[in-house]
Design a protein around this ligand. Sequence first.
Ligand SMILES: [Zn+2]
Ligand SMILES: [Zn+2]
Length: 196
Amino acid sequence: MVMKRTLGVYKISNERSVFKPPYGKMEVMTPKFFYYVSKFTVQYFPRGTFNAVKIVEKPIEIGWRDFYVDYFPEFSGPIVGSIFKRIKQEAEKENFYRVLGISPMMLWKKTSQGEYTNLFHGTSNSKIGLSSVASLWDGESLDELILKVSNNCAHELGHTFGLEHHIDCLMDTERDRFNSRFCDECKNKIISLLSH
Ligand SMILES: [Zn+2]
Ligand SMILES: [Zn+2]
C-alpha cells in the first residue's frame, strides 16, 4: 500500500474563548487565505513531497489557561505546548504525513523556568510546523501577506524534515520572505526522506 503523503493544515483560533486577537488579524484567515497559503507552501517542496493537502476547517481552540496575555495586546497569543498536543490529537486521527498550524496571533512558549518567550514567526517539532501571521504582517497587501506566510510555513515544515538553519536558503533566518527557495542540499535531503 502506498502511503498518501497528506499535509493537514489547521487554523489556530481562540474564537470561542474570551480573548480576541487584536487588530483584526483573525479576519484575514478566510478559506481563500488558507487555500492559497497551502497551495504556495507545497510549491516550495520537491515534486511529490505531498501528494495531497487537506485544509481542516475545525479550528484548534485555545482556552484561557493556554493563552498568554501580554502587556501589549498585539503581542498576546497562544502557548505552543498545548497547541502541539491538540494538533497532534487531531492529526493522528487523520494519519497526516505532516501538519501545519497557522495562528493569527503571536506564538509563545513557556520555559522550564516558568517564563514566557515569544517565538515570533513560528516553531516546529518533528511532524508539526506552526506559523504566526501577526508576527509577519508589516502592513503589506493581502496577496503579499499570503506569499510571506507561505514562505514561513515552508520554512517551519522544512524543520520537520530535519533541515537546520543555514545561509542562502529558505532555511536562512535572515531570508527574503518573498523570494527565498530551498537550496539543492535541502531539496535532496527531503527527496531522500521520501524514498524511505
Ligand atoms: Zn527556523
Ligand atoms: Zn538549504
